[in-house]
Design a protein around this ligand. Structure first.
Ligand code: ATP
Ligand code: MG
Ligand code: MG
Ligand code: MG
Length: 339
């Protein structure tokens, strides 16, 4: 029997287009004799498109409007064995869609409500990981109301961390809304931008100098395993949206040329984080490594990482002996496992 997969893509976040390109890869790469994959695109307004409109949106690369309200759209999911919510960012990767699917009794790929929500919020994730002894950069949480009412107190917190520092919306991805503030003057536009996208903003101390960026894939439920470690290299000052999605701006090196002790430590920390955050199915865990000082920090855990055939997560597993189609097969099996 073919497994019937409902592939959810698009969604309301700033990563709508990224999600659609991952979905195109999944559709193209999966063997038709094993899987019957039906794409369902969620428009930027959060409505669920019919199958014809979904196919058109996939080709177009975006869906601004149209479709059914969530609950009537979601009803169609009943005809499938498993849902693959290939959605990034808020209203997709953050536990909201996972809650809907859980209530509907539909098995789905990836983390549940708790793991998704905690991992998505950079501040919440850092608090949990700190309690598990995972090394991280120093950070502060700032709320929109604090920035509006007591900006001088916010500036004082930034000074404690020192410049340059990173300013990020707490719940986003693809570097959307992220700035590197090099001075107090650059702090104001950085905070205004981040607060235009989220009510919670994180200030993060920068590593000592530009770090090396190492990433590892985790796969499994209660007995997860870690892939080989990969490295991203780029000329840009930091891994911003343009660098992430412009062909040729960044290169992947798998396995990462780092001492064995470093890659082993990374794999161990990734599994600790996966467990601590209650992740399931898959996660891509990202690290900063500064060779000169030996600093190794966990940056973040992405519970629905980019999933095109050339994305880091599938590439890491390919290098670990699991091809793209086998990887999706495994994810579907993990979704169907009782949990
Ligand atoms: P993703 O698309 O992986 O979900 P994101 O939007 O969640 O990314 P981050 O990974 O937090 O964003 O940050 C984006 C990039 O900014 C990092 O890959 C790195 O290049 C740079 N960066 C972020 N925080 C720091 C830091 N504290 N020190 C040095 N560089 C940083
Ligand atoms: Mg992220
Ligand atoms: Mg992300
Ligand atoms: Mg990142």
């Amino acid at each position: 029997m073919k497994k019937r997969i409902l592939l959810l893509a698009g969604g309301q976040s700033g990563e709508h287009e990224v999600s659609l390109s991952s979905a195109r890869s999944v559709l193209k790469a999966l063997p038709q004799d094993v899987f019957e994959v039906t794409p369902l695109v969620i428009s930027k307004e959060g409505r669920w498109l019919e199958s014809g409109a979904s196919r058109l949106a996939l080709e177009a690369g975006h869906a601004e409007t149209g479709g059914d309200l969530v609950l009537s759209g979601a009803q169609r999911a009943n005809d499938f064995d498993v849902v693959f919510p290939l959605l990034h960012g808020p209203m997709g990767e953050d536990g909201t869609v996972q809650g809907l699917l859980t209530l509907a009794g539909l098995p789905f790929v990836g983390s549940g409500v708790l793991g998704s929500a905690v991992s998505m919020d950079k501040v919440m994730a850092k608090s949990v990981l700190a309690a598990h002894g995972v090394p991280q950069v120093a950070y502060r949480l700032v709320l929109r109301g604090e920035w509006r009412q007591t900006p001088e107190a916010v500036v004082a917190q930034a000074r404690e961390l020192g410049f340059p520092l990173f300013v990020k919306p707490a719940n986003l991805g693809s570097s959307v809304g992220i700035s590197k503030a090099r001075s107090e003057e650059e702090l104001t536009p950085a905070l205004d931008l981040a607060f235009s996208l989220d009510r919670r903003v994180i200030l993060e101390a920068m590593t000592s100098g530009k770090p090396r960026e190492l990433e590892v894939g985790v796969l499994g439920n209660d007995a997860p395993t870690a892939s080989v470690v990969g490295e991203l290299r780029f000329g840009a000052d930091f891994y911003d949206y343009h660098t992430k999605y412009t062909e040729g701006e960044a290169t992947m090196h798998i396995p990462a040329p780092v001492p064995r002790a470093v890659s082993e430590r990374i794999r161990e920390l990734a599994l600790t984080a996966f467990k601590a955050l209650d992740c399931a199915g898959l996660a891509r865990v990202d690290f900063f490594y500064v060779e000169a000082t030996g600093e190794l920090y966990l940056n973040e855990v992405n519970t629905m990482p980019g999933f095109t055939t050339t994305s880091m997560y599938p590439k890491l597993w390919e290098a670990s002996g699991l091809g793209y189609a086998e990887l999706v097969t495994r994810l579907v099996e993990l979704a169907l496992e009782a949990r």
